[in-house]
Design a protein around this ligand. Structure first.
Ligand code: HDE
Length: 760
């Protein structure tokens, strides 16, 4: 029920939300109790002409309705028209002087159609070009009222949001699972104006001053001569820059860790990076850092998986986000803040809060939850929403202010500026996805793509002709009043503060906080990336930086490169690890994880149905994989829809794989009959080789595996010992599933890795 607050904003009061706590319940969408990813096996009849002549309804690929607000509908009327609404009898043939004659210049429809098509593309983002987005809702717990007057945080209200995730380096059509930083940008449509939290999945940045941004991006983007490599940092110019510019060391080690290859956008943390200044209702200020904590846990891919996915499904993260939302497994994050006193030094425990290459360990300043984000709807149109959304760190609301972080200062200029090129003029705020939900009463006028028809004759202040309107709002009327922060008397200089000179103690802390398995991944990543570098001096310089982080890390990478390991310049500083930086060792819900069920006509279909239902009820996504598409048990009352075939499935799509065995052992299993019939595949021990490949990969990637019936035969064909960790063959599907779900809580069966024994 919309409720208006004191300043007339429409806000939704949330019943029962508890300060500082999440209820765990997902705001429901109608009919979501039976989510299904079944693809239609029967052709759908064409849509009947709509009597009200409205545009077609939007459907997802699995036939679920997509909500487009009526006001945003671009189509109306039953007939094809020109852009001017003139009905058309034909759109397949140009107007010609006779069927074989020349095309006539007077063909206005041809001219309009081709003209519009010629201009369909807009410049892609200069960074973060590749992205995927979703709509959702942010529900504040209200406890942040102690530090901010921003109503969307300080009151128990729901605020609509639009979130865009992205990679940084690749072009718009590049693959999703490259090693890169991920963007995590949230637009809050609050009653007091738009607030954008434009963050990343890594809490530090490559540079401390915005003036270096063109340098780091030019170095990281493909080489200017051949424009390769696409979407990756494994090349000379990147390592040249970061090895010369050692303030990038901290961000780089995060990139080389598992954080650089997230399992899913749903399993990423997000960070505002910069320190912001919050202002409460009395005007008291605090310094804060923003954190997004995924309810599904923080999980990553393995490097081999990431590489396979880039080929088999370059849209992996985009598809994963959309599928999860469509299945009703709504991704959720808690927004948390680390709060520091706003002292003149702007440091905390000796850490400079204005240095965006530094974190404050959570053990020193706990992350306090202040609200819950739920993504519950996919965009209806990629271009209109995901491509045209324009974020800006300067979109602020009363109660949230910026600090003098020199990186943030440059961003406050850049994000408006870039939209002029990308969206073609200063009126991009009028594009539906960018429109604020608060009333707008500005004095900005005209410009390219102006869609508003402004009334009044006096778009200036002071005026008497429009009655002096509109009026200024002070703090009492909800105005954005800048915090009167003292600026120290100083001379103009092009210099960084002395505290910005420490480039290695924090990367060292990060390294020391990782478990042995995670450290092995970091070593492998540096060795891979530097192995792709041609220039020897760049590798040597990077090894010198690694020596300042840790001698073991440096020695291992040096060995992989076949180079001597340098010694650090001096004794390494003592640093305390921060266990919160490790992704391992915690247990998470299995919600939203994808479980492949390998089945064929010989399988016990009752068991398949039951397991599928249990997976769905647990908020996970089951995908039935069979030799060919269509239905299993098509002749029976309750056939099972096949969602992946042996030709389209690859292990990397699944978090776990279970084998729905035949009740009676001894028959050919999992499509081997079909494979033999096809004559071009050799079936090992009566098991389709594609199943053997899937099981082998899933085992190598430490995924839970299980099965019932004669499943053991397929595992044996893949050379998998059923007594290995995380492999379970039982009598029935339910017991297997229980164990698989338990194992998914730790994401992978880490015991399968040699270093696992060392994990505390
Ligand atoms: Fe950005 N960044 N950035 N950035 N950034 C852009 O804005 C820029 C930085 C981030 O999904 C651009 O609309 C400068 C830090 C995200 O649409 C551009 C500097 C962080 C996105 C721009 C930074 C980010 C962008 C390109 C150095 C994490 C994607 C298109 C001072 C806190 C937003 C656009 C989306 C996008 C400039 C550094 C995050 C050119 C100059 C630090 C998530 O304005």
């Amino acid at each position: 029920h919309p409720v208006k607050d004191a300043v007339g904003r429409v806000v939704d009061k949330v019943a029962g939300a508890v300060s500082g706590e999440s209820s765990g319940e997902v705001p429901g969408k109608p009919g979501s109790e039976t989510p299904s990813l079944d693809e239609p096996t029967e052709p759908r009849p064409p849509a009947a002409p709509s009597p009200d002549q409205s545009g077609p309804d939007s459907f997802s690929p699995t036939g679920q309705p997509v909500d487009v607000p009526p006001a945003a509908r671009a189509q109306g009327g039953a007939y094809l028209t020109t852009a001017q609404g003139t009905r058309l009898p034909d759109s397949d043939h140009s107007l010609k002087a006779g069927p074989r004659g020349p095309v006539l210049l007077q063909d206005h429809h041809l001219r309009e159609k081709i003209m519009h098509f010629d201009h369909e593309r807009i410049p892609e983002r200069v960074v973060h070009a590749r992205g995927a987005a979703a709509h959702g809702v942010f529900r504040a717990y209200g406890n942040a009222s102690t530090v901010t007057r921003a109503a969307f945080l300080a009151e128990v209200v729901e605020t609509p949001v639009f979130v865009r995730f992205s990679t940084v380096l690749g072009s718009r059509g590049s693959a999703d699972t490259v090693r890169d930083t991920r963007g995590f940008a949230t637009k809050f449509y609050t009653g007091e104006g738009v607030f954008d939290l434009v963050g990343n999945n890594i809490p530090v940045f490559f540079i401390q001053d915005a003036i270096k941004f063109p340098d780091v991006i030019h170095a990281a983007k493909p080489h200017p001569d051949r424009e390769i490599p696409q979407a990756q940092s494994a090349h000379d110019t990147f390592w040249d820059f970061v090895s010369l510019h050692t303030e990038a060391t901290h961000h780089t080690i995060w990139n080389m860790s598992d954080r650089g290859i997230p399992r899913s956008y749903r399993t990423m943390e997000g960070f505002g990076i910069h320190t912001f200044r919050l202002v409460d209702a009395e005007g008291a200020t605090s310094l804060v850092k923003f954190h997004w904590k995924p309810k599904a846990g923080v999980h990553s891919l393995l490097w081999e998986e990431a590489q396979l996915i880039n080929g088999t499904d370059p849209d992996f993260h985009r598809r994963d986000l959309a599928d999860a939302i469509e299945a009703g497994a709504y991704p959720q994050w808690e927004l948390g803040i680390q709060v520091f006193p706003d002292t003149p030094e702007q440091t905390f425990e000796g850490i400079d809060l204005l240095d965006p290459t530094k974190i404050v360990p959570e053990e020193l300043a706990p992350v306090q939850p202040v609200g819950l984000l739920t993504l519950n709807a996919n965009p209806a149109n990629y271009f209109a929403e995901t491509e045209q959304v324009a974020f800006h760190p300067g979109h602020l609301v009363p109660g949230i202010d910026v600090t003098d972080d020199p990186l943030l200062a440059g961003r406050l200029f850049s994000y408006l500026d870039t939209q002029l090129t990308r969206l073609g003029g200063p009126n991009f705020g009028q594009i539906p996805i960018n429109r604020t939900h608060a009333p707008v009463n500005d004095m900005l006028r005209d410009g390219l793509h102006q869609t508003a028809v402004h009334s009044g004759v006096a778009p200036y202040k002071p005026n008497s002709l429009d009655g002096g309107c509109p009026f200024f709002a002070g703090a009492a009327e909800g105005g954005y009043v800048e915090t009167p922060v003292q600026v120290p008397a100083a001379s103009k200089v092009r210099e960084a503060p002395a505290s910005f000179a420490d480039h290695f103690s924090q990367p060292r802390r990060f390294w020391l906080s990782l478990t042995p398995i995670e450290r092995e991944h970091v070593i492998a990543a540096y060795t891979f990336e530097l192995g792709k570098v041609y220039e020897q001096p760049i590798k040597e310089r990077t090894l010198r930086a690694l020596a300042e982080i840790d001698p073991y890390l440096c020695a291992q990478v040096a060995q992989g490169l076949g180079l001597p390991a340098p010694a650090p310049a001096g004794p390494l500083p003592p640093v305390e690890p921060s266990p919160a930086l490790s992704q391992l060792g915690q247990t998470w819900p299995a919600t939203g994880r994808v479980i492949g069920i390998v089945a064929d006509e010989g399988s016990d279909l009752d068991a398949v149905r039951a397991v599928r239902r249990t997976i769905l009820d647990g908020g996970m996504v089951p995908l039935v994989i069979a030799p060919s598409g269509g239905l299993l048990g098509a002749g029976g009352d309750d056939p099972v829809t096949v969602q992946r075939t042996f030709a389209t499935a690859r292990s990397v799509e699944f978090d776990a794989v279970v084998l729905a065995g035949a009740p009676a052992p001894g028959k050919d299993a999992y499509g081997a009959r079909d494979a033999k019939a096809g004559g071009d595949l050799s079936a090992a021990a009566g098991v389709d080789p594609r199943v053997v490949l899937m099981l082998g990969e899933a085992f190598r990637h430490a995924k839970p595996l299980g099965g019932w019936g004669d499943a053991e035969r397929a595992l044996a064909a893949a050379g998998i010992d059923t007594s290995a960790p995380g492999v379970l063959v039982a009598d029935g599907g339910e017991a297997v599933l229980e164990e698989v779900v338990r194992l998914l809580g730790q994401h992978r069966v880490w015991d399968r890795f040699p270093a696992a024994a060392d994990i505390a």
